[in-house]
Design a protein around this ligand. Structure first.
Ligand code: NDP
Length: 287
């Protein structure tokens, strides 16, 4: 057993994916005379959201995808936001729409996300796309869970027959990830843990693959892992000394066989998957 886990370099893997995608985008443009386009909608001036949206828009440029950034003031009415989404739904030059979350408190997030056309829903948050995922017929895969699956696949980590313990059951990460891991093809045996799970460590210690999507800094420690486990840390938490994940890297990396760092693990993959979905959206509309 190694003393230190191998690092899964999400930055590098995401770059490989973006390079592959750039080639696919050029081919698509040549064959269809259409440039895939992502429209990002940002309401308000939350600093973290501004950074996320800017990074997404910049990432589009790097692979040859067009982008639009629609910035609305924090006091925009829900009706005005819905009108913008309706306009983007109809706009044939826009293939993907993303509404950056969180929305201001006076808006009904579910209602707004349901207003995005399922065919342009590149975050895969619309109930139609969630339903398709559950049925094993996804149109788009949700970005962060898809990014995790790609990290495992491209690192050569076998999931079939393995016990994967996912900690966190949110609609955007934990729940869809559990579905993807258990799906035919991935074939893991999945345990989904959450804040009401009793004796969490008794589950994580049985896991061949531990995925932490909790939002609590350095919550999963090395003593909660089986020696040789693969550890994927989705968490992004800002603490005094900078960004850390949901896994205590120092202790976990002494027990795990593979581990993702934070930053530079899952984060870069999420954006790469968004770009893939934007191209797929354009491909579906042009078929
Ligand atoms: P949510 O807050 O929506 O969900 C957190 C989940 O963790 C919930 O299911 C909650 O359980 C569970 N949880 C909370 N405390 C415990 C505990 N003590 N023991 C076990 N489970 C617990 O978070 P998200 O899923 O949106 O995000 C999770 C983390 O991933 C965050 O750090 C976020 O910043 C990061 N993130 C990173 C992304 C990336 O691209 N790298 C993208 C998206 C998120 P319950 O349901 O019972 O409340």
């Amino acid at each position: 057993m190694p003393d230190t886990a191998q690092i899964i370099n999400g930055k590098l893997i995401a770059q490989q994916i973006r390079d592959e995608l750039a080639v696919e985008v050029v081919e698509f443009i040549q064959n269809n005379s259409v440039v895939p386009c992502l429209a990002a909608v940002l309401v308000g001036d939350d600093p973290a959201s501004q950074v996320y949206v800017r990074n997404k828009v910049k990432a589009c440029e790097h692979v040859g995808i067009d982008s639009q950034l629609h910035r609305l003031p924090a006091d925009t009415t829900q009706d005005d936001l819905l009108k913008l989404i309706a306009k983007l739904n109809k706009d044939e030059s826009v293939h993907g729409i993303l509404v950056q979350l969180p929305l201001p408190a006076h808006m009904d997030t579910d209602l707004v996300l349901q207003a995005v056309s399922p065919a342009k829903d590149v975050d895969a948050f619309h109930p139609v796309n969630v339903g398709r995922l559950v049925q094993g017929k996804p149109r788009f895969l949700p970005c962060t869970p898809h990014g995790v699956m790609q990290l495992l696949k491209r690192t050569g980590i076998e999931t079939a027959g393995k016990h994967a313990v996912v900690v966190g059951r949110s609609d955007i990460v934990g729940k869809p990830l559990a579905i993807l891991l258990a799906a035919k093809g991935a074939d893991a045996t999945v345990t989904l843990c959450h804040s009401r799970t009793k004796d969490l460590a008794s589950f994580t210690r049985q896991a061949d693959i531990v995925i932490a999507a909790i939002g609590k800094p350095e919550f999963i420690t090395g003593d909660m892992l089986k020696p040789g486990a693969v550890v994927i840390d989705v968490g992004v938490n800002r603490i005094d000394r900078g960004l850390v994940g949901d896994v205590e890297y120092e202790s976990a990396s002494k027990v795990a066989s593979y581990i993702t760092p934070v930053p530079g693990g899952v984060g870069p993959m999420t954006i790469a998957m968004l770009l893939i979905n934007t191209l797929r959206a354009a491909q579906q509309l042009e078929l």
